[in-house]
Design a protein around this ligand. Structure first.
Ligand code: SER
Length: 321
């Protein structure tokens, strides 16, 4: 059976940490090679671990050969906020990193590639509510425009070279196992740590900023389901719209206050407000539902409860260690 020998690029990140765990549980640790630009003792403890900068094509090729890889999950990227701080690196990593992977997929005839896109591919002229799969896309962040270029590359490599590439436009992802890095939606993770530790959080977005969000467990499930879907049923080879829920910082505050009644929120919007304002408030993912049966599990209440419970255990564990 195909996809037994997996390479994960960017395994130490917010998505990679949880995806590596899920894939190792499914396929066995030895069949899932985790790679990242930084060392990671936790990932090295459960299976093969290698340092990899995806811009180093020779090293990437050597690892594919060494481990007889047939399936790649390429997650390494600079996100929206970090991308604005270092646009040149965001362009290089996000575009040339993907090109390296696509070229090796083609040249070595590997079986399947997952590459994540994002709600950041949309822009100020995109319809903001229930953003459709196909519409005006005029991203104005370096992150968004590199991901839109990446979507076009993926579809091109599928049509022209038959590379079996599959992709999702992730919304803001919220999980308790790994912290996010450099995104505009990160407040929705940090808020839980501060709520438990201090009872107060200062949000870098305005209270009424609605954004599409999703629990990490749902994102991992969507990713694995899409990678196992019948290729014949997939009508989208650029990237699927994917939706979990939408909420504002004010709405999240109300949910948290149900569990921590004294919790208070302050607002100090910064440069990330303009990024959020250029993105959709909610997403129409009917094509994903129709093509491969996508359905999210978590709503805002369930997400808040789950995050609070697990981060509490994590923090108390850290304190007593
Ligand atoms: N979570 C991402 C970010 O905020 C969006 O894809 O950059």
């Amino acid at each position: 059976m195909a996809h037994q020998r997996i390479l994960i690029i960017g395994a130490g990140g917010q998505v990679g940490t949880e995806l590596t765990e899920a894939l190792r549980a499914r396929y066995g640790g030895e069949n899932v090679v985790a790679t990242d630009i930084n060392p990671n003792a936790a990932l090295a403890a459960t299976g093969p671990y290698e340092i990899l900068n995806v811009l180093d094509k020779d090293r990437l090729e050597a690892l594919i050969d060494q481990y007889r890889i047939d399936t790649i999950y390429h997650l390494a990227a600079l996100l929206s906020a970090t991308g604005e701080k270092n646009p040149a690196l965001a362009w290089d990593l996000n575009c040339n990193g993907l090109l390296n992977v696509l070229n090796l997929m083609r040249d070595k005839k590997l079986s399947r590639l997952f590459w994540p896109s994002t709600i950041a591919v949309f822009g100020p002229h995109t319809p903001r509510q229930n953003t459709p799969q196909f519409c005006v896309m005029d991203p104005n962040t370096m992150y968004g425009l590199t991901k839109l270029a990446g979507e076009r590359l993926c579809e091109y490599y599928f049509n022209k070279y038959g590379v079996d590439v599959r992709s999702l436009r992730y919304p803001g992802l919220i999980g308790w196992k790994a912290e996010p890095g450099g995104g505009t939606t990160d407040y929705a993770v940090h808020i839980f740590y501060d709520a438990i530790r201090t009872g107060n959080y200062t949000c870098f977005l305005k209270g009424d900023t609605a954004l599409p969000m999703m629990h990490m467990e749902d994102a991992i499930k969507a990713t694995i389901d899409l990678m196992h879907a019948d290729g014949e049923k997939l009508s989208i080879r650029s990237s699927y719209n994917l939706s979990g829920m939408s909420f504002t910082p004010e709405e999240l505050t109300i949910e948290i206050q149900k569990l921590i009644p004294g919790f208070s929120m302050d607002y100090a919007p910064d440069y990330r407000q303009a990024i959020a304002d250029s993105w959709p408030a909610s997403i129409d993912d009917s094509t994903a539902r129709k093509d491969w049966g996508w359905q999210p599990t978590y709503d805002l209440e369930g997400l808040t409860r789950n995050m609070m419970e697990n981060i509490r255990i994590k923090i108390e564990g850290i304190h007593t260690a």
